[in-house]
Every structure is written in structure tokens, then in C-alpha cells.
Design a protein. Structure first.
Lengths: 529, 252
């Protein structure tokens, strides 16, 4: 039922009541819908297609709300599109300048905007919203891949055309810091929804700006200056990407016709731009000096700053364009002798990860170490820190009693089943000898002599125990060897007055062994009671 | 000897030194930047640098304008790193998982050959990498089940993924510290190691456990690690086939 009211059945009688002209006008449902020629012309127009693609580029901004993860912000207090556009604008304004926008900057901005929108919600919410928006703009959901939106092209029947594009991406800034950049498409879609050749659009912008300034339309002039600046960014991006592509692979760029034409156009254009912007700035300075209104003066200063930035960008780009030929020659020289092409690049998921996880642990380790080792790049053996040297300098020269521990097999020492090198009888004897030192201070030589009747193993054990008390291995201090646990190593303090030790088989200093002050709560060993 | 020859040799050696300091970036260091430009523009200087690197057991795999010189140490050379040296005193299973996590991070960021060629910076987080591996494991487990939904009994040996599967994702020890008995601990540990090697950066602005994989990481996978691991796998497969063939002969 139509909105106009009850439907009427069209009968022959009814028709006969109409004039011929009225019958002509009556829509006949059986006839194909009126000639589509005119409408078809509309949709086959190149301008239509261009506008459709512009709309398509905005799709990711609209799609955000329906994305998984957004539902957690149920309050419906934040406007995602404003946040997204603010992020892109803020990136574009600083793109290519010395201080390009970093992800921190953008997240700070977005959190602030989110906070203004919903001041009563906790700060964590704002941070989460900011991250959500930035990650959507970067298309993190698909690992930073390009957005792909499809549109219909009716110029030749119908064709469904995929439109791959990025909005923001991460790149390296001038000082090597990680920064955000907006793509040319994002800049163009943002500027005014017209996918114009950036060069021409900029010329037009100049004229607009000049007219606005002469007419005193300050507010709009400022807007135009902003657009002019954005176009400068787009132009810089265009040349930069061509040169980057050249450095990557010289064969993918047409250096016979296309690039020389682009560069020569860019050169001419830049010469004009630099000249024109000089003129504009001159006019703007005049306007600033003549203006009496403080607000207008402030606007002038802002526009001047903008123009100055754009001008700076052009000057830099000019340098890049002039160096471009050298870039090409360098790239060619660089890439000429490169091996024709790698045989192939590896599919990490299908060809490496999947087979590896199915292997036995041993095989997987073999494969994974090859990968991890090649991935690491050069590793320079760590130099000792100065702090380590102090310890080494202050520690007395250690005697090599018995074998030096081999640096290469610490794993064996970790083994819990480590064979005890001394028998219980020997340990008991050593305990008796060492207990003398708990009663009164004595020298190492006295202890060793007292131990000698029990055999060389006990002498060794006593010497080791004293040395352990003197200089425990701090590398793994938390696990002192079991063998010294019951040999009072923690209850003895060992001092060195430099007197040489004169005993067969041993050399070094005759250390002084003193009982350590016992903490109150610790019971005295029973043999002292 | 000609003075300029000596100067060139010194400059070339300085560039090789930068190659051994992967966290240095040419954009942040004027002299590195100049040397790198010279490497990229002068074939004589490049030959000199490559030769010095070769003598020091390094192979220059890329001269990236942002990452600088990316070098790959010859196996057995003085700059070679061994997975066996990754943290002293950890269990063999943990060491195997550490290696596996290296592969998983690369596969997560660059699943296909085309991804390895695209000049973009990828971001990963500890939780994502863990989820990625566990998703793969759940598929493997499904693949291993028979019609009745039970794990088939002819799975003849313990596979590497089962070791990963046995470990929980996240377990806290002490205050905010992760316990080595969870996979998040090991993923974070590997990512931190990549940071020390100049292959990644922390991206804490996206939350803790977020990291950025730099071009250097991609270049190392594409130019060095991917190829050697592929050769290694092919090698293992040949070995298995040979073992099978001889086994069948003996049977027959």
C-alpha cells in the first residue's frame, strides 16, 4: 500500500476517461522503466566514478562502529569518526616535517578528545578508545594490510573493482624514530573529496588564496592556506614514493618516460611554487602590517606560518627532485650486480612454522636454532662491565686447587646427582678441624697442619672450605655447593694480612680465620655449649 | 701506502663496526649516515666494506636507508650467535620453545613471501603471538583426532607443539612478574631479545607487551634466516626419505 492512500485498480473504463495526453503520461508497469539513457550517462561519467571511489575510501571510518571490540564501549559517548578524522588531520599537518606525528602524539590527542567527550568515565576507557581508533586506521586487524573496498564501475557494462588503499601507516622519521604517515589517498579524500592531480589542484589553491586575501575573507583564507599545505604534503609524498620505489627496485619504475616527465613537471612546478609562495607571503605580510584588527593580524600570522611550512617543504622537495637523477643512477649501480633475484622467498607460515611444530622436540630445536641464530644478526661478545672489574681487582688472587672448572660444561655441575668427591668420614674429620676455628681465631696453616694426619683429601677439603668462606662464587650465590653447607663456611670470617703461606703443595697467603658473630636467634653449635 | 687508501680502509672498517651495532640507526647518526650513503653510491667503497666484513666473518645482506647495514654472520664466525647460549641454565624444552617462538613471530608478521617483500613496519603483541600459536595448535589437534573425536593413537611421537600446549599462557609470579612456567614469559623474553638485537622496538603506547618489528627484522628473515631454515628443512626431509628408503630395503 502506497503512502498516498488506497490503491486504485486501473481499468479500461478508467483509462477511457483520461485524455490522450494524460494516458501518455501514465506509467505503464509492463513497459520497461523509462529510457535510462540519461541516468546511465550520469553513472558512466568519469567524475561519478571518481566520487564513488572517494566515498569508498571513507568506508573504513564508517565501518569502525560495527567492528568487534567497539562493543566494549557501550556507553555510545564517543564519536569514532571525529576521532578518526582528528587523527588523520593531525598526522597530515606534520607529515614530512622535522617533527612528524608519532603514535604516542596521536594517542595522547585522541585520549584527550575522548576525555572531553566523556569526562565522567575512567581514564583507561579513553586510552582504550584512542588505541582502538588508531589501530583501526592502521588496519591492525589485518596486520597493517591495505584496506580493500569494492565499488561498481558502469562505464563498460558493469565491473566490480577492488580499491586497495591505506589511511595511515607507520614509517621511519628523519631521526629514525617511528612516525605515522597519511597516504596520498587519505590526504586527497580529506582535502575535499576530489581526486585531482595534486599539482593542478595546488595551482588552483594559489589563486583562491590570493583572491581571498585581497577580499579580506580571512577565515576562509586560513582554511585555504591549510589546504595548500596539505597539497604540498601530497606532492612531496608522490615524489618520495617514486624515489623510494626506485631505491627498492629500479626496474619497477619507468625511468624512460614517466619519471623524467614527472620530475621535469615537478621541477617546473616547484620553481613556480617557490616563486608564487614568496609572492603570497609578501602579500600576507603586507596584509598583516596593514591590518588594524588584532584577530585578523593573528590570522595572518597563522597563515604566514602555514605558508612558511609549505614553503619549507617545497624547498626540501626541490632538493630531492634535483638529486633524483643521482638517486636513479645510484640505484641502478647498486642493483645491477645484485643476484638476478633470490630463488624465492620463504612462506613462513606454511613452509616453516607448520612443518616445524609437527616435528619431534629434538628436530624442532634443530630447525628453530638455525632460524633464530640466522635471525639474530651479529652478536658481539659482551665486554665486562667496569663494575665487574672492581670485584676482580679487589678479590685476592685465587689459588688453583685441583682442576679448573671447565667453562663449557656448567650443565654438569647443575646435575643434582653430582658425585660427592669426599666421603662422610673425611667430611667429619674436616668438621672437627674447622670447629677449632669457631672457638678462637687461627691461621690457615695451623688448620691445614691439624688436618694433615687425616690425609690429603681432608687437607684439601679444609682449604676449600676456608677459601669458600673467603670468596664465595657470587655468580650463583643462591646455590652454594652442598659440600660446604656443613663446614661452617657461613660462620667463619676470613681475613688476609698478606703473610705468605709456606706449606707443601699450597702457596698464597696464610689467611686468618675468625669466628663470625652469631645472630642472637641462632643456637650455638652443640659442641661449643 | 697511499694516504687515501688508508683513510678508505678506516672508513670501511667503521661502517663494518656500525654493522655490528644493530641498534644504531643511520638517521640518528651523521657519520653513519654519510658512510652508508657512500656504501650505496660508490662501488669501490662497497667492495672494500664487503671485503672487510667478509674477513671478519660477516656477510652484508642489505644497506637500508633507515636501518643501516644489515649483516649476517657466517656460521662459526666470531659474531655468530648460538641458541644454546640463550639464557644460561634453562631446560631443553624451554630452549626449543624459544626457537619455535622466533619462527612463530616471523610467521605471524610475515605469513607469505609477498609480506616479506612489502616495506611496512609490523606490530605484534605477546598475547597475539600466543593466540596465534594456540590457534594453530587447536587446528593440529583437530587434525589429529579420529572420527570419534579422540586423539588418534598412532601419533607415534611427542610433537613440538605438544610441549607448547602443555604450558599455560599466563602465570604470575611475585609482583607483576611472569613465571617461566607460562608461554607469555617466553614470548616476551624472545621479543626483548629482538629489541636488544635492534630487530624490534617496544611499543608500550599500545599497551604493555606490544612491540614493533623493524625493517631489519624483515630483512633478516627475507635475506638470511628464511633461506637457511628452508634449506635445513629440505635437508631434514631428504634425511628422513633416505632413512625410510633404507628401512624399506632392509624390510624387503
Amino acid at each position: 500500500v502506497s503512502a498516498e492512500g488506497p490503491s486504485v485498480e486501473i481499468t479500461a473504463d478508467l483509462l477511457s476517461m483520461l485524455t490522450a495526453q494524460e494516458r501518455e503520461l501514465l506509467v505503464d508497469e509492463s513497459r520497461p522503466v523509462a529510457d535510462l539513457g540519461e541516468s546511465m550517462q550520469l553513472v558512466t561519467d568519469a567524475g561519478f566514478v571518481r566520487r564513488v571511489t572517494v566515498l569508498a575510501r571513507l568506508a573504513p571510518l564508517h565501518a569502525m562502529e560495527s567492528k568487534e571490540g567497539w562493543q566494549q564501549f557501550t556507553e555510545d559517548r564517543y564519536d569514532l569518526r571525529s576521532l578518526a578524522l582528528a587523527a588523520v588531520d593531525s598526522v597530515v599537518m606534520r607529515q614530512g616535517m622535522e617533527d612528524e606525528a608519532t603514535s604516542e602524539d596521536i594517542l595522547t590527542l585522541l585520549s584527550r578528545l575522548a576525555q572531553l567527550a566523556a569526562p565522567d568515565l575512567p581514564a583507561a576507557n579513553h586510552t582504550a578508545v584512542a588505541r582502538f581508533v588508531l589501530r583501526e586506521l592502521l588496519n591492525d586487524r589485518e596486520g597493517g594490510a591495505k584496506f580493500v573496498v569494492h565499488y561498481s564501475d558502469y562505464r563498460d557494462g558493469h565491473r566490480r573493482v577492488p580499491l586497495p588503499f591505506r589511511l595511515l601507516e607507520e614509517a621511519s622519521g628523519r631521526r629514525g624514530q617511528s612516525v605515522l604517515r597519511a597516504s596520498v589517498q587519505a590526504i586527497n579524500a580529506l582535502i575535499g573529496g576530489l581526486d585531482l592531480e595534486v599539482e593542478d589542484a595546488q595551482l588552483a589553491m594559489d589563486a583562491v588564496l590570493a583572491a581571498q586575501i585581497s577580499r579580506g575573507q580571512w577565515g576562509r583564507a586560513e582554511e585555504s592556506a591549510t589546504k595548500s599545505m596539505l597539497l604540498s604534503v601530497a606532492l612531496a609524498e608522490k615524489v618520495r614514493s617514486v624515489l623510494a620505489e626506485t631505491e627498492h627496485d629500479v626496474r619497477t619504475v619507468d625511468w624512460v618516460d614517466a619519471v623524467p616527465t614527472l620530475l621535469s613537471n615537478a621541477r617546473t612546478h616547484l620553481d613556480e611554487r617557490l616563486y608564487a609562495e614568496d609572492g603570497l607571503m609578501e602579500r600576507m605580510r603586507q596584509a598583516r602590517n596593514q591590518a588594524s584588527d588584532a584577530e585578523i593580524r593573528a590570522t595572518c600570522v597563522r597563515i604566514l606560518t602555514l605558508l612558511g611550512r609549505a614553503n619549507h617543504r617545497h624547498t626540501e622537495l626541490h632538493g630531492t627532485v634535483l638529486r633524483a637523477l643521482q638517486t636513479f643512477l645510484d640505484a641502478q649501480a647498486d642493483q645491477r650486480f645484485r643476484p638476478v633475484a633470490r630463488l624465492r622467498l620463504v612462506a613462513m607460515t606454511d613452509e616453516v612454522l607448520h612443518p616445524t611444530v609437527r616435528m619431534t622436540a629434538d628436530e624442532a630445536f634443530e630447525v628453530a636454532s638455525v632460524f633464530a641464530e640466522a635471525l639474530a644478526g651479529p652478536v658481539v661478545t659482551r665486554l665486562p662491565r667496569l663494575a665487574d672489574f672492581y670485584g676482580l681487582l679487589l678479590a685476592p688472587a685465587r689459588e688453583s686447587l685441583g682442576k679448573q672448572p671447565d667453562d663449557d660444561d656448567p650443565d654438569i655441575a647443575d646435575d643434582e646427582d653430582d658425585a660427592q668427591p669426599y666421603t662422610d668420614a673425611q667430611r667429619a674429620a674436616a668438621r672437627v678441624v674447622l670447629s677449632a676455628a669457631l672457638r678462637q681465631p687461627c691461621r690457615l696453616s695451623e688448620l691445614l697442619q691439624a688436618a694433615s694426619p687425616h690425609g690429603p683429601a681432608v687437607v684439601d677439603l679444609v682449604a676449600l672450605s676456608v677459601l669458600w668462606a673467603f670468596a664465595p662464587e657470587h655468580d650463583d650465590a643462591d646455590e652454594a655447593p652442598m659440600e660446604f653447607d656443613d663446614l661452617f663456611s657461613t660462620q667463619l670470617v676470613v681475613l688476609n694480612d698478606g703473610r705468605p703461606l709456606d706449606l707443601d703443595g699450597y702457596s698464597g697467603h696464610d689467611l686468618i680465620i675468625v669466628p663470625a658473630p652469631l645472630p642472637d636467634h641462632q643456637p650455638r653449635p652443640e659442641f661449643l655449649a | 701506502m697511499n694516504v687515501s687508501v688508508v683513510d678508505d680502509a678506516r672508513d670501511a672498517a667503521r661502517l663494518v663496526r656500525y654493522a655490528c651495532q644493530p641498534r644504531m640507526r643511520p638517521l640518528a647518526d651523521e657519520s653513519y649516515h654519510e658512510l652508508l650513503e657512500r656504501y650505496r653510491s660508490s662501488s669501490e667503497f662497497r667492495e672494500l666494506v664487503d671485503a672487510i666484513a667478509d674477513g671478519l666473518t660477516l656477510l652484508v645482506v642489505a644497506a637500508h636507508p633507515e636501518e643501516g647495514i644489515v649483516a649476517h654472520p657466517h656460521p662459526g664466525g666470531i659474531f655468530t650467535y648460538r641458541l644454546v647460549d640463550y639464557q644460561k641454565g634453562i631446560k631443553p624444552t624451554e630452549r626449543m620453545l624459544v626457537g619455535l617462538i622466533h619462527i612463530a613471530i616471523a610467521a605471524r608478521a610475515y605469513p607469505t613471501p609477498a609480506d616479506l617483500e612489502e616495506e611496512t613496519i609490523k606490530r605484534v603483541s605477546v598475547a597475539e603471538v600466543d593466540a596465534f600459536i594456540r590457534h594453530l595448535i587447536s587446528e593440529l589437534r583437530r587434525g589429529g583426532e579420529d572420527e570419534s573425536g579422540l586423539t588418534s593413537t598412532n601419533a607415534e611421537f611427542d610433537q613440538a607443539w605438544q610441549a607448547y600446549d602443555r604450558m599455560t599462557s599466563r602465570r604470575i609470579k611475585g609482583r607483576n612478574g611472569l613465571s617461566p612456567a607460562c608461554t607469555h614469559y617466553w614470548i616476551a623474553s624472545v621479543l626483548d631479545w629482538l629489541v636488544t638485537q635492534g630487530l624490534a622496538q617496544r611499543a608500550t603506547e599500545f599497551g604493555s607487551g606490544h612491540y614493533r618489528l623493524l625493517h631489519r627484522f624483515r630483512l633478516q628473515v627475507a635475506e638470511a634466516a628464511g633461506q637457511v631454515v628452508y634449506d635445513k628443512l629440505a635437508d631434514l626431509r631428504r634425511r628422513q626419505m633416505a632413512a625410510q628408503a633404507t628401512g624399506e630395503e632392509e624390510m624387503g
